[in-house]
Design a protein around this ligand. Structure first.
Ligand code: ASP
Length: 291
């Protein structure tokens, strides 16, 4: 068992998030604190517009956000379809720490954000969001595109130097989704999962595919049954392929971290990048494609 911290995070924007999480761990943060604060970097600034209030809106021109956090004591918290909250991951953390619930959605989550001082206010679309939405309205077609900015997510896995594990996930979901649509990201077992004995996993990609197959849970359960992270990753993705023909544009990316610090990443298709951080530095990798 290694005793150095390890952080993994999805996509290119995983790099600054991982740097922040490692810095937090160096300052003595716990795994769950690092997982929360790391992804907040991307919630605050996401140039590809797939996370946070700058994310692409739904088909009604409204930005709604989903987030979840889980630690290795079995605790979790999540929010879904929230507006006006700059840091939904912090709100998910408050759900975990301060309520008896696991998931709070919509106006109820916004009321809770107000009570917790985390409601930052709804605002009109910015010029870039507005232009992209109006462009989309011309055709009004929803077509998933693999590895494109019409979906992404920041998902993170952290193992601190005491081998505690945590996972976090935050997203604006699919661009141009129906209003009220929620994906896999805030759902324990689908978008993320942590098991104290086996390890942790986070997914990104087309939520409708992941939430029907509980891909993160399957990956962690395979490790619990003795599979390596690489095998677990492959088998969880294989289950998606076996479940029926998938559109050629469907992408799902998966990162997996075992309790002992070994790790793996995989995806249905090429193009899924992830950041890997250790005290030696942060590097961007491309995951192996299984399809
Ligand atoms: N999984 C997210 C969702 O379906 C989007 C993504 O990760 O690409 O909302």
């Amino acid at each position: 068992m290694t005793d150095v911290p390890i952080v993994l995070a999805t996509w290119n924007h995983g790099v600054p998030a991982t740097e922040r999480a490692l810095a937090e761990l160096t300052r003595g943060a716990t795994a769950v604190d690092a997982a929360e604060r790391g992804v907040m970097v991307v919630e605050a600034d996401c140039p590809d517009r797939s996370v946070g209030l700058q994310g692409w809106p739904d088909r009604d021109g409204i930005v709604t956000l989903d987030a979840a956090i889980m630690d290795d004591t079995g605790r979790s918290g999540a929010v879904a379809c929230v507006r006006g909250v700059a840091h939904p991951i912090a709100l998910a953390r408050r759900v975990m720490d301060r309520t008896p619930h696991a998931l709070i959605v919509g106006p109820g989550a916004e009321d809770f954000a107000r009570a917790e001082g985390l409601f930052t206010g709804t605002r009109p679309l910015d010029a870039v969001q507005d232009a992209a939405w109006k462009d989309w309205l011309r055709e009004r077609q929803y077509r998933p595109r693999a590895n494109s900015e019409n979906h992404d997510t920041i998902g993170m896995l952290v193992r601190d130097a005491t081998a505690r594990l945590a996972a976090s996930c935050t997203t604006s979901g699919l661009a141009w989704k129906m209003h009220g649509r929620v994906g896999d990201s805030p759902l324990v077992g689908a978008g993320l999962f942590v098991d104290p004995k086996a390890g942790a996993a986070v997914c990104t990609g087309l939520g409708e595919v992941v939430m029907r197959k509980l891909t993160s849970c399957i990956a962690v359960e395979r490790m619990r049954a003795g599979a390596s992270p690489a095998q677990a990753c492959r088998e969880a993705l294989q289950r998606l392929i076996e479940s029926g023909p998938l559109d050629a544009n469907v992408q799902v990316g998966l990162i997996v971290l075992a309790r002992d610090g070994t790790h793996a990443a995989g995806a249905l298709q090429r193009g899924f990048t992830y950041a890997l951080g250790t005290p030696g530095g942060v590097a961007l990798h491309e995951a192996i494609a299984v399809a």
